[in-house]
Design a protein around this ligand. Structure first.
Ligand SMILES: Nc1ncnc2c1ncn2[C@@H]1O[C@H](COP(=O)(O)OP(=O)(O)O)[C@@H](O)[C@H]1O
Ligand SMILES: [Mg+2]
Length: 345
């Protein structure tokens, strides 16, 4: 892929290639992640967006080799700084999680251990990788430092999770996620359970921590408006497929995939009140996807060809990729007509 990033570096820290993940069910396999490819560059923040059930969390679990049965990786490659994650042994993987790649899982703040003090949960993370720490004073200093990085006061050191607000609990999870300075941090819906004001502040903290300790970040979310404020590039998923990937300013100014257009259109604006566009159409059975393009049942521009061939990722310009037949050169005229429709709507 040729996408670039705003972080300035073109060093690829994570390369996901043709990753496919299924969940086996008695009625057949659910295709949760369907042959997706993307890169993450050093120091950048990539937003992974799409509606509930499109495969965002499964992608995150896949990258960390944490897919639980009945889920399984069908094929693909996940390289972190050139090393293939799928080839790591259990012991190597254990070290790799938190230090190479760390995940702040969806709902993390509600799975903090209610019977353990905040400090002990963080110490657990540190000691599970670095062994017992004999210098307790240094350990405390290190945790205070982490607190400062994520905007937590030192007084929570001895507190229990139930004594903290939602925003503070989420900050504790971020502190745990970055404690061992991983190369890549994946934050799965890290702010979704918080109220809107706190959401923004916590999301901002995530980016500040990222800059301070120099990690690369994947932020998973479904709120395009919030993501736009913190990410460099956006990758849009629909029903297990990567449908578009581009720098955030490109995707807002000129969304290409019909699904991305609907997503952008659904961001509410107070200045300009527009009627809500309802996405009519049928969502397919994830065990039995339609032929050709995955979005064609809901797509306002679909035509016969969309049922015949699956669109591959087309490089529209060096920064912008889209998986839609409309951007295939041979369908230029169809694209102009489709865009005229949008302009007039
Ligand atoms: N344990 C499971 N068994 C069967 N299907 C699952 C399981 N976990 C997730 N899925 C399915 O995989 C798809 C992707 O889920 P998920 O990765 O959680 O999506 P997202 O995080 O985007 O909401 C969904 O269709 C979901 O129903
Ligand atoms: Mg999820």
């Amino acid at each position: 892929m040729s996408e670039q990033n705003r972080s300035g570096s073109d060093r690829v820290v994570l390369n996901v290639d043709n990753l496919r993940i299924h969940y086996a069910t008695p009625q057949g396999d659910v295709i949760a992640v369907s042959d997706i490819s993307f890169k993450l560059y050093e120091g950048e923040t990539l937003g992974l967006v799409g509606e509930s059930g499109c495969g965002k969390s499964t992608t995150a679990y896949g990258i960390l080799q944490l897919v639980q049965p009945p889920g399984y990786i069908v094929h693909g490659s996940i390289e972190v700084e050139g090393a293939e994650v799928l080839d790591l042994t259990e012991e190597e993987l254990r070290k790799f999680r938190w230090t190479g790649l760390s995940l702040i899982p969806q709902g993390a703040m509600n799975s903090l251990n209610p019977t353990m003090r905040v400090k002990d949960q963080i110490i657990d993370v540190i000691e599970s990788h670095e062994g017992k720490q004999s210098d307790k004073e240094a350990l405390r200093e290190r945790i205070y430092n982490l607190f400062a990085q994520v905007g937590l006061p030192n007084r929570i050191y001895n507190m229990y999770p139930h004594e903290l607000s939602g925003g503070m609990k989420q900050r504790v999870c971020i502190a745990m996620g970055v404690a061992l300075h991983p190369t890549v941090v994946i934050a799965d819906e890290a702010t979704s359970a918080l109220d809107v004001v706190v959401q923004r502040i916590v999301a901002q903290t995530l980016v500040e921590v990222k800059d301070e300790i120099g990690v690369s970040l994947i932020v998973i979310g479904h709120d395009m408006g919030l993501l736009a404020q913190i990410v460099d590039r956006i990758a849009v998923m629909y029903a297990g497929k990567m449908v578009e990937i581009a720098p955030v300013e490109n995707i807002y100014a000129k969304p290409l995939h019909p699904y991305t257009q609907l997503l952008i259109d659904s961001i509410p604006s107070i200045k300009e009140r527009k009627p809500l566009k309802i996405t009519e159409g049928i969502t397919h059975d994830p065990r039995n996807p339609p032929s050709g393009c995955i979005f064609r049942l809901r797509c306002p521009f679909a035509w016969e060809h969309c049922a015949v061939e699956e669109p591959s990722q087309i490089i529209v310009d060096e920064k912008h990729e889209v998986a839609c037949h409309l951007f295939d050169e041979q369908f230029e005229e169809r694209r102009s007509n489709a865009f005229a429709t949008i302009a007039n709507s």
